[in-house]
Design a protein around this ligand. Structure first.
Ligand code: GLY
Length: 569
C-alpha cells in the first residue's frame, strides 16, 4: 500500500513537470564560457556571443546542417546581443555546400515606399543627421526574418523551423545573464533610449551590471509568432500591424504594405581568385565583395610575406590599394537593382593593375578634398559556421549603429535598425560617415542602401572551403576581412592569431591611416609620415570570426576584442 502511494506521488510529480510543460523547469541562461580558439572535426560555430555559439552548436549536434545552425544563431543573437543581433535589421549570407553549390542571399533592409531622396534634409537642403540615425524614421524595412525563412526553405536539413527558434524564445522569456560588455553597452545608451522611446523599455532606464538577467517578454511573443507562422508571423497580421502602427505613430513611414512586400534575394556571388584560391563573397548592395576583390588583386603581384607584416612597405602598399578602391566605392556602388553598378569591370584584375600603375613605393598619393572624420557606425555582427559535411555559412548581419535607431518597436520588443543612414543622404557630398556618396546610393523607394558587409568563403585548391570569415566594423569591415585573408594565406597565421592581429584602415577620404594602438611601430609610423601619409590611432577595429578548414580539421578564431566565442565538437 505504501509502495502504491509512492508510485502515485511519483507519477503526479512527473505529470507536473511534463504535463504542465517545461515552464516549471525553465531557467535563465547564465552559464557562459568564452573560448577564443577551438578545434574540432564535426562542426564549429564562431559568433559574437557564447549563447549564440552554444545554440548553433547544439543544432549541429542534433544533425542540423550549417544553414540550420546559422538560422538558430541569427535568432539567438537577436536576444543575447541587442547591439547588433537582430530581427529588426538585415544581413547577407554566403553559402558553400559540400556538393560545391554556391549561393549568396541578400536580406538587406529596404527603403519604405514613401521614402524619398530629400527625406533627411532641412529646408535649406542640409542633412538633419539625427533623423537618419535615431528613432522611428531611421529604419529600413527589416529583412532578417525573410532571409532566414528563405534560407530554411532552400537548404534546411533538419526541416524543423520551430526547433531553430525555440532556444531564442526561451532565452527571451526566461532571461539571459548579461556579460559585462553587454551590461556596459546598455548603460551607455540608456539615456538616449529613454529620450527616443519617450520613456521606459525593457532596456532602460536601469543601471545594468554583469550577471543581471535581461528578460524580453514582447520579443519572446514576436519570436513565437515567427515560430508558428514563419515569415508571415512577422510581415503580416498582428505583428506587422503593431510594427507599422508603432513606427508611424512615432514619426516613421513604414506601412504594413512595406512589410508584406519585403523580399530577400538570392544573388550571383562575386567570385574571384587570389593566389589560386577561389574567393566567394558578397555582390551589391554590398560594396564589400567588389572592394575586397580589388584589394586582393592589387596584392597579387607582390610578395607579401617578404615585405613583412606591418612593415612600412606593406602598409604603404595596402593603404594605396585601399585608397583607390574606396574611391570607386564612393562613385560606382549602390543597389544594382536601381543603379547600373559596373561590377564586371570593377572586378577585372587588369582594371586594378591599371589603377595601381601610378603606385609609388616611396610616396603617398594624397586623396583629394579631405572632408569629414571617420564616423561609420561599427555595430554590425558576424558569425561563421561549418558542419560535419563541410557545408559552410558566412553571415554578417546588422542594425547599423549600436542598438540601431535605439527605437524599441512598441508591443513587439525588438530594436529597429537605422540603416537608412547607410544611404547617401545627400548625393555628391560626403555622407554622414565621412564616406563620399553619389547618385548610385541615393535614397529611392524600395531600394537597398549600400553596405560594406563582407561575409566571405575562401576555397582551397581542391575547391573545398578553406577560410570562412567576416566581421562588423562599418567601412572598416572590408579592410579587416582583407587583412585576415592576407594573415592566413600570405603570413601563414592560424585562425586565432589571424583574428587577434592588430589592424589598420584607410578609406580614401578622409585621407588618413587609422590604426589600432598596438598596430605599427613608432618607427614605421614615422617612415609612413615621411612618405606623405597621415596617421592616427583609434580604438579597436572590427571583431573578426574566422574558421580555417585544413586536413579534415576545423580551427576557429574568435576575436579577442569582444565576448566572441568559438566552439567545436
Ligand atoms: N551598416 C553597416 C554596413 O552595412 O556596412
Amino acid at each position: 500500500m505504501k509502495n502504491k502511494s509512492f508510485q502515485i506521488l511519483s507519477l503526479f510529480i512527473v505529470y507536473l513537470f511534463v504535463g504542465f510543460g517545461c515552464k516549471t523547469i525553465k531557467q535563465p541562461f547564465t552559464e557562459y564560457s568564452i573560448t577564443k580558439s577551438a578545434e574540432g572535426r564535426n562542426g564549429m560555430v564562431v559568433s559574437a556571443h557564447p549563447f549564440a555559439t552554444k545554440v548553433g552548436l547544439d543544432i549541429l549536434k542534433k544533425g542540423g546542417n550549417a544553414v540550420d545552425a546559422s538560422i538558430a544563431v541569427q535568432f539567438a543573437l537577436a536576444v543575447c546581443h541587442p547591439t547588433a543581433g537582430n530581427i529588426g535589421g538585415g544581413g547577407f549570407m554566403v553559402y558553400y555546400s559540400d556538393k560545391g553549390e554556391i549561393a549568396t542571399l541578400d536580406y538587406r533592409e529596404k527603403a519604405p515606399a514613401a521614402a524619398h531622396k530629400d527625406m533627411y534634409l532641412d529646408a535649406q537642403g542640409n542633412p538633419i543627421t539625427k533623423l537618419s540615425l535615431d528613432g522611428a524614421l531611421a529604419g529600413g524595412v527589416p529583412g532578417t526574418v525573410e532571409g532566414m525563412w528563405q534560407a530554411f526553405n532552400r537548404y534546411s536539413k533538419l526541416n524543423n523551423w520551430k526547433a531553430l527558434i525555440q532556444p531564442s524564445i526561451d532565452a527571451a522569456e526566461f532571461g539571459l545573464g548579461l556579460t559585462k560588455r553587454e551590461a556596459d553597452g546598455l548603460n551607455g545608451i540608456s539615456k538616449s533610449m529613454e529620450e527616443i522611446n519617450k520613456g521606459k523599455t525593457v532596456f532602460n532606464p536601469k543601471t545594468w551590471k554583469e550577471g543581471d538577467i535581461l528578460i524580453q517578454p514582447e520579443l519572446a511573443n514576436t519570436l513565437k509568432a515567427i515560430r508558428d507562422r514563419g515569415r508571415d508571423g512577422f510581415y503580416k497580421g498582428d505583428i506587422a500591424k503593431k510594427i507599422s502602427q508603432s513606427i508611424i505613430s512615432d514619426g516613421g513611414i513604414m506601412t504594413e504594405q512595406d512589410l508584406a512586400d519585403y523580399d530577400a534575394k538570392w544573388r550571383e556571388p562575386i567570385i574571384t581568385f587570389y593566389r589560386g584560391h577561389k574567393i566567394i563573397t558578397m555582390p551589391p548592395p554590398s560594396s564589400g565583395g567588389i572592394v575586397l576583390a580589388q584589394l586582393l588583386h592589387a596584392m597579387e603581384p607582390h610578395n607579401i610575406k617578404s615585405l613583412g607584416l606591418h612593415s612600412t612597405a606593406l602598409t604603404h602598399l595596402m593603404v594605396e590599394a585601399e585608397r583607390r578602391s574606396y574611391a570607386d566605392r564612393s562613385t560606382h556602388m549602390g543597389d544594382s537593382d536601381f543603379y547600373p553598378v559596373p561590377l564586371k569591370a570593377l572586378i577585372e584584375k587588369n582594371y586594378t593593375f591599371d589603377r595601381m600603375k601610378d603606385f609609388d613605393p616611396s610616396k603617398a598619393s594624397p586623396s583629394a578634398n579631405i572632408k569629414e572624420g571617420l564616423r561609420e557606425s561599427e555595430e554590425t555582427t558576424h558569425f561563421s559556421v561549418v558542419d560535419k559535411d563541410g557545408n559552410a555559412v558566412s553571415i554578417t548581419t546588422t542594425l547599423n549603429g549600436g542598438y540601431g535607431s535605439k527605437y524599441v518597436v512598441k508591443g513587439v520588443g525588438f530594436i529597429l535598425n537605422n540603416e537608412m543612414d547607410d544611404f547617401s543622404v545627400k548625393p555628391g557630398v560626403p555622407n554622414l560617415y565621412g564616406l563620399i556618396g553619389a547618385e548610385a546610393n541615393k535614397i529611392e523607394p524600395g531600394k537597398r542602401m549600400l553596405s560594406s558587409m563582407t561575409p566571405t568563403i575562401v576555397l582551397n585548391k581542391d575547391e573545398k572551403p578553406y577560410i570562412v570569415v567576416g566581421t562588423p566594423g562599418g567601412s572598416t569591415i572590408i579592410t579587416s576581412v582583407f587583412q585576415t585573408i592576407l594573415n592566413i594565406i600570405d603570413h601563414g597565421m592560424d585562425a586565432p592569431t589571424s583574428v587577434a592581429a592588430p589592424r589598420f584602415h584607410h578609406q580614401w577620404l578622409p585621407d588618413m591611416i587609422y590604426t589600432e594602438d598596438n598596430c605599427l611601430t613608432e618607427n614605421v609610423r614615422n617612415e609612413l609620415k615621411k612618405m606623405g601619409h597621415t596617421i592616427t590611432s583609434r580604438g579597436k577595429i572590427g571583431r573578426v570570426e574566422a574558421i580555417i578548414l585544413k586536413d579534415g580539421k576545423l580551427q576557429g578564431g574568435a576575436d579577442p576584442r569582444g565576448d566572441d566565442d568559438a566552439k567545436a565538437y
